[in-house]
Ligand binder design. Structure first.
Ligand code: DON
Length: 321
């Protein structure tokens, strides 16, 4: 267990008390089994279902980690929150929201649907995420687009582990009929910018879903979001405060798919789940938490990760933060 604080001017009080509860919950849930690995992407189905890690980073750089926290996993849909935050930071909300909405969809993350304005409902589901990728430097080469975004990921993660699983990228691309159908549906409804290369945009989307993090590096990502866009471990300003505010709002309302309403009621924190079993959680103004346990519930969220968050919220009533 790593519990290191940076100096005496701690912003997060009682961190040790908070950490003690997290450790207790980690142990409580170690035998809490249920759900199943995502199987529509072959590489994800082969992950070790017993992996279980929790990592915390506070906005003043205090760290705690327990379990499988240095094992790489694909961030999958957690990338959607980052892509949106980076786009809004670079292009402004008005430009980004020409191509996607701000509403929960109330349907599955990979359903083919548009909102009442003819736009994807929000950036946290596949239609919105693909649309969000279409506005990432559309005139650049795919390689430059990927490098640009992943350099931002590395800054937001405090230059801690950010990797890439080419196997998962190739695996996902080989079984992507649904996402191709979504993309062509969006193209049919003129959602994308004119210069969009649809196949390259889909490749970019699959590649960013195949970016890897660990619980530890993802906790820094979440702490940067908790800290208004400034990375707490490097003090680098990575995202504009407005972009972070927008991102946290949409993580709160849409980040857990059609469990988002119940999540807001039971947990009350901005969060984003991924089908490799990660949940990025943000306590604004305090800390970021990443939990990772591959087996998913029927809605596509980590079975054990959701239970962890619900029990943590019962102890710390986050709605008061
Ligand atoms: O496009 C997909 O289906 C995956 N690359 C991402 C979906 C995902 O992570 C949903 N999260 N729970």
């Amino acid at each position: 267990i790593l519990n290191q604080s940076l100096g005496s001017n701690l912003v997060v009080p009682d961190f040790k008390e908070f950490v003690a509860e997290i450790k207790k919950l980690y142990l409580e849930l170690s035998d809490f089994k249920g759900g199943a690995n995502a199987d529509y992407i072959p590489q994800l189905s082969r992950a070790n279902p017993d992996m279980w890690g929790i990592s915390v980073c506070t906005i003043d750089g205090q760290r705690f980690a327990i379990g499988d926290v240095d094992i790489p996993f694909c961030i999958q849909s957690c990338s959607k929150a980052l892509n949106y935050a980076i786009n809004v930071s670079e292009l402004g909300p008005d430009t980004v929201h020409k191509y996607l909405g701000k509403e929960p969809s109330g349907i599955g993350f990979n359903q083919i649907a548009l909102d009442k304005h003819g736009l994807p409902h929000n950036p946290m589901i596949n239609p919105g995420a693909i649309s969000c990728c279409s506005v990432i430097r559309p005139k650049d080469t795919l390689a430059d687009r990927f490098d640009h975004i992943t350099e931002q990921y590395k800054s937001i993660a405090g230059h801690e582990f950010i990797g890439f699983s080419n196997g998962t990228f190739l695996s996902e691309k080989s079984v992507a009929d649904r996402n191709f159908a979504i993309a062509y549906f969006l193209h049919e409804h003129n959602v994308f910018p004119k210069e969009t290369n649809l196949k390259e945009t889909l490749d970019l989307y699959f590649q960013l879903c195949s970016v890897e993090a660990t619980c530890d590096s993802a906790a820094v990502i979440c702490a940067t979001l908790a800290n208004g866009g400034e990375c707490p471990t490097t003090r680098e300003v990575c995202l504009s405060p407005d972009a972070v505010r927008n991102t946290l709002s949409l993580m709160f309302s849409c980040g857990m798919y059609d469990y988002s309403g119940e999540w807001a009621f039971e947990v009350g924190l901005p969060a984003k789940s991924g089908v490799a079993g990660s949940i990025f959680m943000v306590i604004p103004g305090l800390m970021g938490i990443c939990v990772w346990s591959p087996p998913l519930d029927e809605l596509g969220n980590s079975f054990r990760g959701v239970e962890f968050a619900k029990r943590l919220a019962q102890r710390f009533a986050f709605h008061q933060f």
